[in-house]
Design a protein around this ligand. Structure first.
Ligand code: BGP
Length: 475
């Protein structure tokens, strides 16, 4: 549906861009920081997390470019092992200093900080000590980490995201490791960790409301809406079920404080339900999010999977080999399939701008909560030309089409208050190193060669600059 008279983007819309600590900072063992689980689990075929984009040493230069781009907000994450190298206990003042410098520099340049508390980088010591998210011991440690953040930065940081992509962590063992030698099935372990992580999220929400005056907080969730492969009723049901398992399980827990009935029944029948202690559900119900961050890159297609099929995990496209993605199969529930109507990125991610409007409307109807796009972008192989330019027309095209759908969603009535694409600058891709780039700003390095790490504005930088300048009137 199109409108004859389209409303523009709101005047106070956040024009932002995103990064995450372990992907951009580098300095992974500097000034007191300890290792995180990502530092040791990253794909060994690519660059490691030791230097990445060297943002740790280049705050002023990087924020100056944000200012030049015109950004009115910036989403970054705090590194837990930089702030609390033992996961708890003594606070690392050098870590606090680093984030103070960053936040102050942003504010000085009129850029609102949007802060993610947890973006995959659990202190390794906590994984080794008690299995990280597998143990309820993490609840006090996570709350303590949040307290340190709110007390040190809450006077200036008013927008918070508790946990990045709990939904995807649930699927990717290197982000939420299971104990292979345990008698408890991997599936049950995952649901246990998911429950504990949701409790941690709820405690963060409550603490933020206590400690941060005027603070707004909520989750940032990674979503890929599932379409049915056909109008066959079995496929329609399969898509519903896929959305329940991959989207609404998490969002109903976050926003209603409830387990979906069908998923709870599934967990009981498959003996993988999490342990619920007295007070858990009351805590989840009482923690009210103020906002919802959406990470959206692609949609998915599913069809019914007969019970007799062998199950299969989702396999991320191997090292950027187009066509090597394997869709998941959950016998009796659903299986992934190709979408013949969509183009794909080099990494097989199906490009679907309209899917973003569909998703935003679904979420609005269901939860009536202010939303912000916390990630959206195109991972591509950018070429630096001999005269030092990056002509990334494919990225501009991707972002423009998604922004058009955001504007339509706003006209549909969705409360969308910002757009923070991935990523502000080139950084270490979680799955594919520096070969796969997302930034508006090119970082002059490759996986094998550090080069001079200089910052180069891509064509998309100038395009986004004009989008921001015209408040989205010229896309
Ligand atoms: C999201 C993560 C980001 C980022 C992005 C792109 O899942 O929140 O940290 O990495 O995806 O993914 P990738 O780097 O695998 O292309």
């Amino acid at each position: 549906m199109k409108y004859n008279n389209m409303t523009g983007f709101p005047d106070d819309f956040f024009w932002s861009a995103s990064t995450a600590a372990y992907q951009v900072e580098g300095a992974f063992l500097e000034d007191g920081k300890s290792l995180s689980i990502v530092d040791v689990n990253i794909n060994p075929n690519f660059a490691d997390t030791s230097i990445t984009s060297d943002h740790y040493h280049r705050i002023k230069e990087d924020v100056a470019l944000m200012k030049e781009l015109g950004m009115t907000a910036y989403r970054f994450s705090f590194s837990w092992p930089r702030i609390l190298p033992n996961g708890r206990g003594p606070v690392n003042n050098e870590g606090i200093d680093f984030y103070n410098q960053l936040i102050n520099e942003l504010l000085k340049n009129g850029i609102t900080p949007l802060a993610t508390i947890y973006h995959f980088d659990l202190p390794l010591v906590l994984q080794q000590e008690y299995g990280g998210w597998a143990s309820r011991k993490i609840l006090d440690d996570f709350e303590n980490f949040c307290r340190v953040l709110f007390e040190n930065f809450g006077d200036r940081v008013k927008y918070w995201f508790t946990i990045n992509e709990q939904s995807n962590m649930f699927l990717l063992p290197y982000l939420m490791p299971v104990n292979e030698s345990s008698d408890i099935s991997a599936e049950k372990q995952k649901y246990e960790m998911n429950h504990i992580m949701t409790l941690a999220h709820a405690r963060a929400i409550q603490l933020c409301h206590q400690l941060v005056e005027g603070g707004k907080i909520g989750p940032a969730i990674g979503l890929a809406p599932n379409y049915p492969a056909s109008c066959k009723p079995e496929d329609i049901m399969a898509a519903r079920v896929a959305n329940d398992f991959r989207t609404y399980l998490f969002l109903d827990l976050y926003l209603y404080g409830e387990y979906r009935e069908n998923i709870w029944r599934y967990m009981l029948e498959n003996e993988c339900e999490p342990t619920i202690l007295p007070g858990d559900m009351e805590l989840l119900k009482s923690a009210k999010s103020d906002l919802l961050g959406i990470n959206y890159y692609q949609s998915r297609v599913v069809k019914y999977a007969p019970k007799e099929m062998a199950s299969r995990d989702f396999t991320v496209n191997k090292d950027g080999q187009k066509g090597s993605t394997e869709f998941e199969i959950l016998p009796g529930l659903y299986q992934g399939a190709e979408n013949p109507f969509l183009e794909k990125t080099e990494w097989d991610w199906e490009i679907d701008p309209i899917g973003l409007r569909v998703l935003l409307n679904e979420l609005h109807d269901r939860y009536h909560i202010p939303m912000i796009i916390t990630e959206n972008g195109l991972g591509g192989i950018d070429e630096l030309t001999v005269d030092g330019k990056i002509h990334d027309a494919y990225r501009i095209d991707y972002l423009r089409k998604h922004l058009e759908q955001c504007q339509l969603a706003i006209n549909d009535g969705v409360q969308l208050f910002g757009y923070s694409p991935w990523s502000y600058m080139d950084l270490l891709s979680t799955t594919s190193g520096f070969r796969k780039r997302y930034g508006f700003v090119y970082v002059n390095r490759t996986d094998d060669e550090l080069k001079d790490l200089s910052r180069i504005k891509k064509d998309s930088f100038y395009w986004y600059q004009n989008v921001i300048k015209t408040n989205g009137k010229e896309l």
